[in-house]
Design a protein around this ligand. Structure first.
Ligand SMILES: [Zn+2]
Ligand SMILES: [Zn+2]
Length: 545
């Protein structure tokens, strides 16, 4: 059963700037004693000394409808905000829930192995009141959330992106954490386009308001084990989304500017007309200098206080930071919490880049060779417990088209060296060999400090050979970011604790729900959210398929 329930909080959305408003204020708005249309008072630059330069929105928020008993104002767009407290309250009614949370508090031996998020630095050292937040005593009452934002296309034939933000409770055992019934829905971003950070901020604001209250403390009125209630505290401890979404949520500029984890800036290549992260000779300098979280907060504050678009744009060009509502959470570290998702980075990023953009596009692997490789692949029988469908790497004239992250993972980790080795020259073998070894070290349920060190060295050696052999322009943002994955593991444990593979399945469910609701109510996407909430029976049917 999905834990989506009738939202308690209804907000009205401005259809222009996406600012959320209290429905009551709009419905009760009057001019000269009569119901009237309220307009959006949001100002983009409230600090501008000239009022006409503050960019007031003024978009109408309601329409007037005549009824028998008089005229009423009806909000033009509604936004149902899922209540985190209500969802938590429901989870705590379940007989097994608190016992599962307790497992996160089991004292763990200090061995040199990361086996789960609890072995990572963030869980072990999250500060609270002169102590640490996560302790055996607080295992059922202090919750740590991993949150994810994903965009999906609910319609097959049109460009419409809707977003969902949800969280998994890290205190739950790994096998339970990402089950749909254990997920907490934080909010949705209506389409039709992927909204920019300034607009996402409007949707983040009510989520952050509730998270702040939950950080200060809230008492669940009744739990299965505590009929008199239980005092809870909740903290977001990690944000794992695809890389553009992570940057947006934490207020970082895009990869075109700089790395969001360290001080490395990108370089523009006039020849290739794109930016790159070449310059591996400076590796030691930036790998040891993570970006400064306090400085990030300071730049974000300055950015929001800029009084015009041009000053904001200039400030952004210099520092690559924008304000994000998440920064209102006092404990949030906008660098550390913004992890590099290994699924996107390693498989959709680096694996695809090495094979397609380097080996194939640079003429190292021909279509004829790929056809031979495909034949070899088809002959390899995998043990049934792997259960992967072999990826199609040569289909007529196209190579490696539309492989999913999971197929790239299988191709790289299971097949690539066996089937391509004799087709590659020495340096390309080294590139592939280092990468495959690094993936095999990183993609494991238990990882040691020695494994992390070796993975780091392998990724570095791979990047150096690519740079020497093909040029600095071939060092992509993903190759650079992969070098930060070992540090993410030190903070959060093995990649299984924070990569996005389990969320992919969840997105599949939510995408389906949207598809159905959108085909019923197509004109006003926001109304479909209401549908979404009311169509529980339909929801179960889709999910049980
Ligand atoms: Zn507005
Ligand atoms: Zn970096």
């Amino acid at each position: 059963m999905l834990n989506i329930i009738q939202p308690k909080m209804q907000l009205a959305v401005c259809s222009d700037c996406h600012k959320l408003h209290n429905v009551k204020n709009i419905v009760e708005y009057k001019e000269k004693g009569k119901p009237a249309i309220a307009s959006c008072q949001h100002e983009e630059f409230p600090n501008n000394s000239v009022s006409s330069h503050r960019n007031k929105c003024n978009n109408p928020l309601s329409t007037l409808k005549k009824r028998k008993d008089g005229t009423i104002a009806i909000p033009r767009m509604l936004y149902p905000k899922p209540s985190i407290r209500q969802q938590l309250s429901m989870l705590y009614q379940r007989p097994d829930f608190e016992d599962m949370l307790k497992l996160s508090g089991i004292q763990r031996e200090e061995v040199n192995i990361y086996s789960d998020i609890y072995d990572g630095k963030v869980w072990k050292t999250f500060p609270f009141d002169g102590n640490t937040f996560f302790t055996p005593e607080t295992a059922t009452a202090h919750l740590g959330l991993l949150f994810n934002l994903d965009w999906f296309q609910p319609f097959t034939y049109t460009q419409h992106s809707a977003g969902a933000i949800y969280a998994s409770i890290c205190n739950l055992p790994r096998s339970e954490r990402n089950k749909p019934e254990n997920i907490v829905y934080l909010g949705f971003l209506p389409g039709p386009k992927e909204v920019g950070l300034e607009r996402i901020n409007h949707y983040l604001a009510p989520i952050v308001d509730e998270l702040l209250e939950l950080w200060r403390g809230w008492r669940v009125p009744k739990t299965y084990q505590c009929p008199d209630g239980l005092d809870l505290k909740v903290a977001l401890i990690i944000g794992s989304s695809d890389i553009p979404a992570t940057r947006k949520l934490f207020g970082h500029g895009s990869a075109v500017m700089k790395c969001h984890r360290c001080e490395k800036r990108s370089t523009y290549s006039h020849e290739y007309k794109k930016t790159h992260y070449g310059g591996m000779e400076e590796y030691d300098e930036w790998i040891t200098r993570p970006a400064d979280a306090l400085l990030h907060r300071q730049y974000a504050q300055e950015w929001i206080q800029c009084s015009s678009k041009s000053t904001r744009d200039n400030h952004f060009k210099e520092h690559g930071v924008r304000w994000t509502e998440l920064l209102r959470l006092p404990y949030l570290d906008p660098i550390r919490f913004a992890v590099v998702d290994p699924m996107h980075c390693l498989f959709l990023g680096v694996a695809k880049w090495i094979i397609k953009s380097i080996f194939v596009n640079q003429g190292k692997l021909s279509m004829d060779q790929l056809r031979i490789a495909q034949k070899r692949m088809n002959q390899i029988e995998l043990p049934s417990d792997i259960g992967h469908i072999p990826p199609k790497i040569a289909i007529r004239e196209s190579s490696f088209s539309n492989l999913t992250a999971d197929q790239w993972k299988t191709f790289i980790m299971v097949y690539s060296t066996t089937i391509l080795w004799d087709m590659l020259d020495d340096n390309d073998r080294k590139i592939l060999g280092h990468f495959v070894r690094a993936c095999n070290l990183l993609v494991t349920r238990f990882i040691t400090e020695d494994d992390l060190k070796e993975a780091q060295e392998r990724l570095k050696d791979m990047a150096c050979i690519i740079e020497n052999e093909y040029g600095p322009e071939f060092i992509t943002s993903n190759i650079h970011l992969a070098l930060h994955i070992p540090d993410c593991c030190r903070d959060y444990g093995p990649v299984y604790s924070f990569w996005l593979f389990p969320f992919e399945r969840l997105n599949g469910y939510i995408g389906k729900i949207f598809e159905v609701s959108f085909s019923i109510v197509t004109a006003l996407p926001i109304l479909s959210f209401l549908f979404f909430f009311k169509k529980k029976r339909l929801l179960f049917r889709i999910i049980s398929q």
